[in-house]
Ligand binder design. Sequence first.
Ligand code: AGP
Length: 607
Amino acid sequence: MCGIVGVIGTRPAAALILESLHRLEYRGYDSAGIATLVNGHIVRRRAEGKLANLAAVLQHSPLPGTIGIGHTRWATHGAPTENNAHPHGTSRVSIVHNGIIENHAELRAELEAAGQEFSTETDTETVAQLVDLNLQRGMTPVEAAGAAFKRLEGAYALAMIFAGHPELMIGAQRGAPLAVGFGEEEMFVGSDGLALAPLTRRITYLHDGDWTVVQRNGAIFFDAAGVEGQREIKLTRLTGAAIGKGNFRHFMEKELHEHPTAVGDTLHRMINPATRAVALPHLPFDLASFSRISLTACGGAYFAALAGRHWIEEIARLPTDIDVASEFRYRNPPFDAGTLGVLVSQSGETADALAALRYMKEQKVPVLSVLNVPESTMARESDAVLDTLAGPEIAVASTKAFTAQLTVLACLALALGRARGAIDAKREAAMTDALLQVPAAAAQVMDDEAPIKRLATRIAQARDVLYLGRGSCFPIALEGALKLKEICYIHAEGYAAGEMKHGPIALIDPAVPVIAIAPSGPLFEKTASNVQEAAARGGQVIVFSDQAGAAKLAGIASQTVVLPSIDPFVAPILYAIPVEVLAYHVAVLKGTDVDQPRNLAKSVTVE
Ligand code: AGP
């Protein structure tokens, strides 16, 4: 989603902004732009497509100035053209925005009636025109921006600069995050701490509804009611070092190879190998006190949460509700006293997940979030956080964060089970042993990609693919299908294997590969029956299983990928890896933009 950077200092701003925009690239975007003040006048450069295009424009037409704002745009209102690229504005004000101004149509009509002339289709331009009109009516920049914020509905993070004011930048946050960085005689704003990390370690995260007046030597903060207040400056733990691909061709490939470490580091934080017991970091509540769990997440994180529900109900015997956050937030679900809300998110910035979190908090439900970005908005607003120690994930398609989420949720299920007396120490020890075997098994999968690469040549020809799974591996079928959609642009569906005969089996046809996730375990025979049903109808079934499972399905499966034998409890964590690796190789064969697939954003900060 859109990324924002702003700089007021003594050095040329455009170069600093461009560098920070690169650090926001992971969020996904389709155009970019920068505006600075040159001799008091607003000058901007914009380009469709990647930052390399903007860099080329800047090379040709450099942008001097020591104050400026920059933006990577993920189109919502208006096509991803240069004309719709941010910054937007007039000769008086220039604005960058992340979010959606929901009352833009109404504001536009009002502003046009007042004589303001629009030049783009974007919702953002209404903010610029509103501030501009306020300025024309004699307000100071601070008054003009403050009055405009009162008129805006929807979600926004904003940064703006003003002609003739080389030491002034105004920022605001409502529903989309904005951070303010404190340098030496320099100040910065940015969408997240990662963007600002090379510029400063001292960061203030705005509270929701806040706006800020930033000058070269500091910033003042106002809440939504316009009351000035103090905001804490924190030392960020984020590294300013550039995050590179190493020797890998894509970030996704690098991140796939980090699966063993991501799972291993996360387990190291959650399990005491000496006692073979789960040892979660300190939580501000007693896990034994809950009688229900409410799980919520979006996209791939929701699939991890689905596996989490399976584990929590089976291991801890604790009733668990689950919903995608975009539905949950508008369902107004009632809660029993004794409910623990559990949110799962890689970025910690996903708009729907954040709204779900806030809804739970309004309902007085304690919230525990499973997050990969420790300084995210969700981390700040949750009652407790369990970190997935996957490290920065740059590719839009989530991989190592997904297995780390599964790992945390498996450990949470064990901790809940023990707290409730649903499992004894012996069972817990056996289950932690199973978890501790995953990193080595994951490394084994990543050491031999050849069978998956061979399968990729076949899947790359397909127009549609069906993924089947059962029990805790049903979410892995969903994950496999999502990855094929996201990065390979192949229509793929994940089904609970037992549901096939209730409709989807009509889709079986030799041209539609059916991939079954079938590890040995209590549900293997059931999945095997569904595999036979598909094969009997001419389906070309590909099986992901272990040695024993592959032997049982020999003669039925048209192709088999043999994975290390593993305890069925942890199979979802291991089997997530080959489905992601498969999608990666298919995407490479198809020549798609693996790390930044079309239309997608890493951090979905709008609804
Ligand atoms: C996964 O590959 C996707 N990119 C996407 O579905 C993602 O999981 C979803 O947008 C949730 O993001 P979050 O984990 O940052 O909240």
